[in-house]
Design a protein around this ligand. Structure first.
Ligand code: CA
Length: 227
């Protein structure tokens, strides 16, 4: 989920539409108040934040985000119509992850967002997210505890590592080779069946939550994308 904070409705709609068309979940907010209301419901992967807004300006919103431990880790890209060095520096100094000068093209916006997401991947995971919930699945990353519908599920280390990788990267497809490399930690040519076997037992153990681990035929596996 990406929140686009922009009071000009046509620009906001274009941003949301563009992000959705390249596969992101996106939602528009016309003010800081709307943004903070949405944050109560769902934490986004990134916030695209306009500086010139009617009530609270973007820099004030950014300061509020950075001073709240629930939101401090969320990557923020500031959008500014002014585009002056002053705004740029100010935006960065206040803790924005990037800035983009208006008017900007939608391709540039998508490229910036993807770059910031890559750079910030995993940020906040250690600080903020120790427990991940998906449907009836709950995983405590610190304590290596997994439960489905309140019932504890005992996983082997490799099964846990697989599940953790999927949960931290929802919607991303991992090839068997990639998983072998990342989880088993060495080149394991020709024996990608090892991955299939572990995925099968992982799914069985997860029971009703097993469907969250999806097979992408001919490619690999992924965790179902978050809504
Ligand atoms: Ca504006």
């Amino acid at each position: 989920m990406i929140y686009c904070v922009e009071d000009e409705q046509n620009i906001c709609e274009l941003e949301v539409y563009t992000l959705q068309s390249v596969g992101f979940e996106a939602k528009g907010c016309s003010s800081g108040n709307e943004l903070f209301a949405e944050l109560e419901k769902e934490l986004p992967k990134l916030i695209l934040l306009d500086i010139m807004l009617p009530d609270e300006d973007g820099l004030t919103i950014l300061r509020r985000l950075r001073s709240d431990e629930r939101y401090a880790h969320i990557p923020v890209i500031m959008a500014t119509a002014k585009g002056t060095e002053f705004d740029k520096v100010k935006g960065l100094d206040w803790g924005a992850d990037d800035y983009i000068a208006k008017p900007f093209g939608m391709l540039e916006m998508v490229a910036r967002i993807k770059a910031v997401l890559r750079r910030c991947e995993g940020r906040g995971v250690q600080q903020a997210v120790q427990i991940i919930k998906r449907d009836n699945l709950e995983v405590n990353l610190e304590e290596h505890k997994v439960s489905v519908a309140g019932q504890e599920v005992v996983l082997t280390l490799k099964e846990f590592e697989l599940l953790k990788k999927f949960l931290l990267n929802p919607g991303i497809v991992f090839s068997r080779d990639k998983l072998l490399n990342d989880i088993w930690g060495y080149e394991f040519t020709g024996e990608t069946r090892t991955v299939d076997v572990h995925i099968r037992t992982l799914r069985q153990k997860l029971g009703s939550a097993g469907d969250l681990v999806e097979t992408i035929r001919g490619v690999g596996y992924r965790m179902a994308a978050t809504k």
